[in-house]
Design a protein around this ligand. Structure first.
Ligand SMILES: [Fe+2]
Ligand SMILES: [Fe+2]
Length: 291
């Protein structure tokens, strides 16, 4: 079997087609998993510099649960206000356009993880923790926009969700192999599917309209975490993934080794503790918002 990482850089279209077709074949519906409509619309607005509050309000008005959530967030950011915010447009202005898009995208990602399998909840915790850690690393280093880094972190393991949505039994077999130490996760996925979750996630990200840099970061989040300077966002994502493990939100019980690139983010063991505390507070708040 050819090395998928080498192949992807040389023949991205061929790999994309092969993985995409395999995922379609695996799925019960014969189609690729889709991003919920609200998140898809938010993604378009987030990337449009001319977007306005009215467009976001239209999306929110169609979803009572999300509208209520936005009002709650807006009122919690300004608790000393004499009168509570009760209009959606005011709520979006209070929270900010990009942050509102983040809320909608996170709600969409949460929806993707809404399943009865016992794997869904830990995968969601891992996604959220990695998203928050990615945004914080981006804020500290200026390597990426925090909002873009948040979304990339949130969706970095969406390839595993794709396995989960298309073929739950295989996912459990691969998970067992990885958890028992019989095989590394990436190797087990290659044996079982012919490609790994990072590749599958990058292809879904492309389908959904994520920026090329975000898709590349997802594609390389395991293979380039230790190569500072190579693919900045991929390295950042790999470190954020490790931080999520240290927050107790790993995607498996096997904690990966400390990434060699950690120092290049200005983090040492001493600086790690306050960072973990800060992220755990933020994680608890976001868990409440997206319960
Ligand atoms: Fe991963
Ligand atoms: Fe991960």
């Amino acid at each position: 079997m050819p090395d998928a990482h080498v192949e992807s850089s040389l023949y991205p279209e061929a790999v994309r087609e092969r993985v995409s077709n395999a995922l379609k074949r695996l799925s019960r519906t014969g189609a690729l998993p889709t991003l919920p409509a609200v998140a898809e619309a938010a993604l378009v607005i987030a990337r449009d510099p001319g977007a306005d509050v009215g467009e976001l309000c239209e999306i929110l008005e169609a979803d009572v649960g999300l509208a209520a959530r936005m009002l709650r967030i807006a009122n919690s950011t300004a608790p000393v206000r004499r009168r509570p915010i009760c209009r959606l447009a005011d709520a979006v202005l209070e929270v900010g356009l990009r942050k509102t898009c983040d809320v909608l995208l996170a709600a969409g990602a949460r929806h993707l993880h809404d399943a009865t399998s016992p794997l869904a909840e830990p995968l969601w915790n891992h996604a959220l923790a990695t998203g928050l850690a990615s945004a914080e690393l981006a804020r500290r280093t200026g390597l990426a926009e925090p909002e873009a880094a948040f979304l990339t972190g949130l969706l970095h393991d969406v390839g595993r969700i794709a396995y989960f949505l298309t073929d739950e039994v295989s996912l459990e077999v691969v998970d067992h192999l990885a958890e028992s130490g019989e095989a590394g996760r990436i190797a087990a996925e290659h044996d079982w599917y012919g490609f790994d979750h990072a590749e599958a996630g990058a292809i879904l990200g492309t389908e959904w309209g994520l920026a090329a840099e975000q898709c590349d970061a997802i594609r390389w989040h395991h293979s380039r975490a230790n190569e500072p300077g190579e693919e900045a966002l991929a390295t950042l994502l790999g470190v954020a993934d490790w931080i999520a493990h240290r927050m107790g939100c790993g995607d498996s019980s096997r904690v990966p080794g400390t990434p060699a690139s950690l120092g290049s983010f200005g983090i040492d063991e001493e600086g790690l503790e306050p960072l973990l505390k800060q992220l755990l507070v933020s994680f608890a708040r976001h868990r409440l918002v997206h319960a």
